[in-house]
Design a protein around this ligand. Structure first.
Ligand code: PEP
Length: 242
C-alpha cells in the first residue's frame, strides 16, 4: 500500500481571530491547486471552530495539539476527545515534546491519548524524539523505541501518523540533517505498519524541506514556526509533493 504524504502545521500557542483568518485564507488559496500531499493545521483549542469554518470544503484538514486521556469527568481545564470529534476534528498531536517536558506528560499518558483518539475514529500524530544529551550519549534509538513501544503495547499503529521530532531541533533553527533523520525514520519504520506515514519535525523551513522529504522513509513534516507564515507553509507542502 502506498504511504500518504502529509504536512501538518503545529501553531502551538499562537494566533488571534484576525491573524488566523488571514493565515487560513492564504493556506486554503495556496493549497487549492496542490495534489499528492495532504495538509493540515493544528490550532489552539479556542480557535478550532474557526479553523473548521474557514477550512470547510477546502483541501486542508485541521487538528488539535493535545487532549485529555480521560473520556469525561471532573478534570477542570481539560478537553475530551468526544468534544474534538463533535467539531469534526481529524488529527490530534499526541506526546509532543513540549507536553512531555513542560507538563510532565508520561509515555503512559501519551499511549492512553493515542488509544482514545483512535477509538474516536480520528488520527493521532504521535511524536517521539530524543534530547541532545540522549543523542550525544548514543541513546536515540533506545529513547524513541521506548516512547513508541509504550504505545504499541496496547495499540496497533494502523491509521495513525508517527512524527520523529528530535527535541534539540524543535524551535532551535537547528534541523537534523536528512541523513540523521532518515536513520531514525528507518529504525522506527521497522516497528510500525508498512504503510505508516512518518513525519519529520524540527526546524523544517522552505530551504531545507526538499532535502529532508527526499529521504526514502520521510513522508512529510510536522511544522512549528514555519506553519505560521502562509507562504513558508505552502512552500513546505509543495516540497512534499511526490
Ligand atoms: C514542533 O513544534 O512540532 C516543531 C517541529 O516546531 P519547529 O518547526 O518550530 O521546530
Amino acid at each position: 500500500m502506498k504511504r500518504n504524504r502529509l504536512v501538518a502545521g503545529n501553531w502551538k500557542m499562537h494566533g488571534s481571530l484576525a491573524a488566523n483568518r488571514k493565515l487560513l485564507d492564504a493556506i486554503v488559496a495556496g493549497a487549492a491547486g496542490l495534489g499528492g500531499v495532504e495538509c493540515a493545521v493544528c490550532a489552539p483549542f479556542p480557535y478550532l471552530a474557526q479553523a473548521a469554518e474557514c477550512l470547510r470544503g477546502s483541501k486542508v484538514a485541521w487538528g488539535a495539539q493535545n487532549m485529555s486521556e480521560h473520556l469525561e469527568g471532573a478534570y477542570t481545564g481539560e478537553v475530551a476527545v468526544s468534544m474534538l470529534k463533535d467539531f469534526g476534528c481529524r488529527y490530534v498531536i499526541v506526546g509532543h515534546s513540549e507536553r512531555r517536558q513542560l507538563y510532565g506528560e508520561t509515555d503512559a499518558q501519551a499511549a492512553a491519548k493515542f488509544a482514545a483518539v483512535k477509538a474516536a475514529g480520528m488520527t493521532p500524530i504521535l511524536c517521539v524524539g530524543e534530547t541532545l544529551q540522549e543523542r550525544d550519549s548514543g541513546r536515540t534509538e533506545e529513547v524513541v523505541g521506548r516512547q513508541l513501544d509504550r504505545v504499541l503495547e496496547k495499540n496497533s499503529f494502523e491509521k495513525a501518523v508517527l512524527a520523529y521530532e528530535p527535541v534539540w531541533a524543535i524551535g532551535t533553527g537547528r534541523n537534523a540533517t536528512p541523513e540523521q533523520a532518515q536513520a531514525v525514520h528507518a529504525f522506527l519504520r521497522k516497528r510500525v505498519a508498512a504503510e505508516t506515514t512518518i513525519l519529520y519535525g524540527g526546524s523544517v523551513k522552505p530551504q531545507n524541506a526538499a532535502a529532508l522529504f527526499a529521504m526514502p522513509d520521510i513522508d512529510g513534516g510536522l511544522i512549528g514556526g514555519a506553519s505560521l507564515v502562509a507562504k513558508d507553509f505552502i512552500d513546505i507542502v509543495k516540497a512534499a509533493k511526490t
